[in-house]
Each structure stands twice: as structure tokens, then as C-alpha cells.
Write a protein that binds this ligand. Structure first.
Ligand SMILES: [Zn+2]
Length: 343
């Protein structure tokens, strides 16, 4: 498994999912409410942050993040809805940065504002320049893809929350597993060379590409071996499809939103989906442009997700969380395998 995904806060707390790439010291986040539950060492691994919309509970953690990263060598890419660039500029412009020009390290925030009209614009806010945005920004078309990396791709789609609200899908490229038993049989050590091996596969190196294996013996003696990539693949590697994770929050239950959610979240391994209200309070949910637990379960069932994790519970159900879980789980079972979601 490469990505692990957990809610940062209890389900009644601010939204935020922390996605960590194992063994790579890298992490992503979906939304950025309060993040005091995350230890600084975890916050400092974050490289990408996807913001659904800028209601306070989804974005208040930004200042905490910036404060921790000050003076360090970091680059963080942020993605957000219409108006996002101006909001980041305003947020950073609210502080006095007269001392940062002396910092040795570069801390850059690279912000992309995504538009439902099919474009995305990116600007850089550099600590060294007092976080004043640079240039006019680079504009390119938005067809659903936010970014693609060697290891994963990130997609976004707009939902209606009486304001455009982004939903996200993270997709790992194929997953490369090491068969530890086979490793032992061949007398090969574990270690960082296994990451190099995975990178060789990600970069599509040819089968005769020599993979360098270096290790220290118990007595401290350094050993080295070179094995052709093809041989290692045959003997110790198993390739499986990558993990898919989707994040849906703050959406009214409508036919249009249901279509978008099913298209984005179809077949994912884990679906994080908001469930702020019980269905008995469906009127209130609709007025506030949110889903009920039943609606979340129905959508997850139709989307054919392997696992559903609900969150963003309204404080009115404090102490009654089980009812929300039960209602969502029942609807999930009821709608599993159905191709339609009743709206
Ligand atoms: Zn919200």
C-alpha cells in the first residue's frame, strides 16, 4: 500500500483528510480545517493541498501550516475554487513579513485557482518576496485533471453547495509490491534500494537496466551487487492496480451533484463523503446544501466504492454519532450494485 488516508479530526470536527505516501516523506491533504491533531513532522511532509471551498471550517488551518513552514525549504501546491487566488493573497497580505527576506531557505506556495468554466490559473507566492504574488499567473485549460506526478494523479470536479465546491479524486499509478519472502530466498537485504527499484519501474527502465543493491553486513562490511531489473521484477515484484481515493463534501442532494459524484467516485477503494445530517432532518440538510447520512450511503453504494468513510457531522448529533453511521451503512448496503440513485 502506498497511500494511507485518515481523517485529521473526529467526524464532528473540521474536515481534513491526511494522505501519506509511505516511505516517501510526502503527504497530501483534502481540505484544511484545524490541524492541531497533526504533529508538526506530519504537517511538514505536506506537498499538495486540495481545498473544496473556503468556508472557514475547511480552510482555517492554513495559517498554522504557513507558520510551521516558515524558514524551511518547502514548496506546497494548493488547489481551490473560484476566487481562491485573491483569498490567498488577502490571507498572506494580512501579516507583516518585513523579516522574511533574510531567511536562507525558500518557502513557496504555488496556488492554482480552478474555474467551472474550464480554466485554471497558477501563481507563486514566495516567502522570500514577502508572499507578494509574482507575475500575472499562468493559465491553462481545466478538463478535470489538476496535476499528475510520477506516483499519482489528482482530479477535481465541481459540486453545487450554493457556491462552487470542488470534489477530488486521487489515483495512484500501478502499485509495486515487493515479495519479502522471495527477497529472503534470494539472499537480498531490504533497504532504500527497494525505493530505487520502484522508481526504475515507474520510469519504465528496460529489463537489462542494472539495479544497484548496497548493504552493510553484520560486521559492518559494505557489500554491493548489481542485478538486472527484469530479473528482480520476475522474482520479487508484484504489480497491482493503484489505490483510488475520493473526497466529497458540502454538496446538496441534486440530480446534477449525484451525476458528478458518481462519475468522480466510481469504483474507488475509499470514499470520504460528508454526512452532516440524519435523514429525518433532510429538509434542514437541503436548506443548508448538505447531504444526509442516507444520501451519502446511497451515493457510495451506487458508486460501487469498496469502503465509505463519513464525516462532517453536525454538532447537533453529538453523542448520537452511531445513528449517522448506521443510517449511512444501511443505505450503502441497500443501494450496492444499483445503477441509479433515487434523487
Ligand atoms: Zn462544510
Amino acid at each position: 500500500m502506498m497511500f494511507s488516508a485518515v481523517l485529521v479530526n473526529p467526524p464532528g470536527g473540521d474536515p481534513g483528510v491526511y494522505l501519506e505516501m509511505k516511505y516517501r516523506r510526502r503527504a497530501l491533504m483534502f481540505d484544511l480545517g484545524e490541524i492541531y491533531n497533526l504533529p508538526p513532522r506530519k504537517i511538514l511532509k505536506i506537498e499538495y493541498i486540495c481545498i473544496s471551498h473556503t468556508h472557514m471550517d475547511h480552510f482555517i488551518g492554513f495559517d498554522h501550516l504557513v507558520r510551521l513552514c516558515l524558514g524551511r525549504n518547502r514548496e506546497i501546491a494548493l488547489y481551490g475554487p473560484p476566487g481562491f487566488l485573491g483569498q490567498i493573497e488577502g490571507r498572506l497580505g494580512a501579516y507583516n513579513w518585513n523579516l522574511v527576506e533574510e531567511y536562507v531557505n525558500d518557502f513557496d506556495i504555488v496556488v492554482t485557482e480552478v474555474s467551472p468554466e474550464g480554466w485554471q490559473r497558477t501563481r507563486r507566492f514566495s516567502c522570500r518576496h514577502g508572499f507578494r504574488p509574482e507575475g500575472e499567473g499562468e493559465e491553462r485549460p481545466f478538463d478535470g485533471l489538476l496535476c499528475a506526478d510520477r506516483y499519482f494523479s489528482l482530479r477535481g470536479a465541481f459540486l453545487d453547495h450554493r457556491t462552487p465546491c470542488l470534489a477530488f479524486r486521487l489515483e495512484e499509478r500501478r502499485r509495486i509490491n515487493i515479495r519479502k519472502d522471495a527477497l529472503a530466498e534470494l539472499g537480498l537485504p531490504t533497504g532504500s534500494w527497494l525505493n530505487d527499484l520502484k522508481d526504475c519501474l515507474i520510469d519504465d527502465r528496460p529489463p537489462d537496466f542494472p539495479v544497484r543493491i548496497r548493504w552493510k553486513e553484520a560486521g559492518g562490511m559494505k557489500r554491493e551487487r548489481q542485478v538486472p531489473l527484469g530479473e528482480l521484477v520476475e522474482k520479487i515484484v508484484r504489480i497491482t492496480p493503484g489505490r483510488k481515493i475520493a473526497y466529497i463534501t458540502d454538496a446538496v442532494y441534486s440530480a446534477a451533484n449525484a451525476r458528478t459524484i458518481l462519475a468522480l467516485a466510481g469504483g474507488v477503494d475509499i470514499l470520504f463523503i460528508e454526512a452532516p445530517f440524519l435523514h429525518a432532518d433532510a429538509d434542514q440538510a437541503a436548506r443548508k446544501h448538505h447531504l444526509t447520512a442516507r444520501q451519502a450511503g446511497l451515493l457510495a453504494g451506487t458508486a460501487g466504492v469498496k469502503r465509505m468513510i463519513i464525516f462532517h457531522f453536525s454538532p447537533k448529533y453529538r453523542g448520537r454519532e452511531e445513528e449517522l453511521y448506521d443510517e449511512a451503512a444501511a443505505a450503502f448496503r441497500e443501494n450496492r450494485g444499483r445503477r441509479e440513485t433515487p434523487v
